[in-house]
Design a protein around this ligand. Structure first.
Ligand code: GTQ
Length: 348
């Protein structure tokens, strides 16, 4: 059945509307179709791409303009114009930023309620210390800073280091639960989760030596993740979507509570159609000769270190533009959040 057109605010006497306002009351019917649109949501999130070659010089300039002491985190935010740039959102729940750390700089210790991860884009010698564990940064590594864990970034190398920050900040801020606490420089504690949980099929035995940390692995080395993708592609030739999920090795759940993190390998020349699902999704090229991303009537070509964001409820088609080399892509989406809230949908 077609929706009937509902009465507008202007259809009511002005004095009546003023009386409502005076009592903090609002009539639903003029806004009903806005908050419950017919057949599918109307996302503010627009399919948007950011080229690394545009971001990099501006980020290096930020390094000259603003000292780390005056920035704490020297970040240019990848803002979706559909939400308004000042909202600093890539999607309803996803925040993206490119962060620059120069040799010798320290981004001071703090912890906060939003969950974060860092996907390293460029440079060697920097590290994030997360709750006492020093996590070195190299291209393609994923470092977790889950909710509430102390973290600081340092740099012992001699070239700029740049990484992509992904946070669930828009969601946590919307819930009025976002805040931070500053700390003092962390004491390093022995042990590396990625070493203790280095094989997917075997983990430290409970009660004897299993870590009591809620987040056992804080750093996923790109060399390991890439090897897992190549093994999957070789062993499962019939598998179309060569994708792995970053998980919590203790319980098999997503690595963090709100956003999901994945790595995808497109075989040489492969075209992959991804189903229309409710969560918005982010794509970031780790390694390859270029990838085409199609979303509805938009087409983007993403090169190394480029990033794109698409809203939910639409199909995405990815195409590896190289016939000789694989293309490796880091992805983030809102699936864990949608599943927990019970609004997750896959429309195929
Ligand atoms: O590195 O801790 O892009 O706290 C935004 C907020 C990075 C960080 C961001 C943060 C950080």
């Amino acid at each position: 059945m077609e929706d009937v057109e509902l009465a507008k605010l202007e259809d009511l006497p002005q004095s009546y509307v003023q009386d409502l306002t005076a009592h903090n009351l609002v009539p639903l019917w003029p806004s009903l179709r806005g908050v419950l649109p017919p057949t599918k949501p109307r996302p503010l999130t627009q399919a948007t791409a950011w080229a690394y070659q545009d971001i990099r010089p501006l980020l290096i300039q930020a390094g000259e303009l603003t000292p780390i002491e005056k920035a704490e985190r020297r970040v240019l935010v990848l803002a979706n114009p559909g939400h308004g740039l000042q909202k600093m959102q890539a999607s309803a729940a996803i925040y993206l930023g490119m962060q620059l750390l120069l040799p010798g700089e320290l981004a001071p210790p703090h912890r906060h309620t939003p969950n974060a991860v860092r996907m390293i884009v460029e440079g060697e010698g920097a590290y994030t210390t997360v709750q006492g564990e020093k996590c070195p940064m190299s291209r393609g590594d994923l470092i977790l800073t889950p909710t509430g864990l102390w973290h600081e970034h340092g740099h012992d190398g001699d070239q700029p280091v740049i990484w992509l920050d992904v946070l669930d900040l828009p969601m946590v801020y919307y819930m009025e639960t976002s805040y931070h606490v500053n700390g003092t420089q962390q004491e390093l504690t022995p042990g590396h989760g990625e070493a203790q949980y280095s094989r997917a099929g075997v983990i430290p035995t409970p009660f004897f030596n299993r870590s009591d940390k809620a987040y056992p692995i804080l750093r996923f080395a790109w060399t390991d993740v890439k090897a897992a993708l190549i093994n999957l592609a070789n062993d499962a030739a019939q598998v179309e979507c060569v994708q792995v999920t970053y998980i919590n090795a203790l319980n098999g759940h997503d690595a963090e509570n709100i956003l999901g993190y994945y790595a995808l390998m497109l075989r040489p020349g492969q075209t992959l159609r991804m189903p229309a699902r409710s969560p918005a999704c982010v794509f970031h090229v780790i390694e390859g000769q270029g990838m085409e991303l199609k979303f509805e009537d938009k087409v983007f070509v993403l090169k190394d270190a480029d990033t794109a964001c698409v809203p939910g409820y639409g199909a995405v088609t990815l195409k590896n533009l190289s016939a000789e080399q694989a293309c490796f892509v880091f992805m983030t989406d809102e699936s864990p959040l949608h599943r927990k809230l019970g609004v997750y949908e896959n429309w195929g």
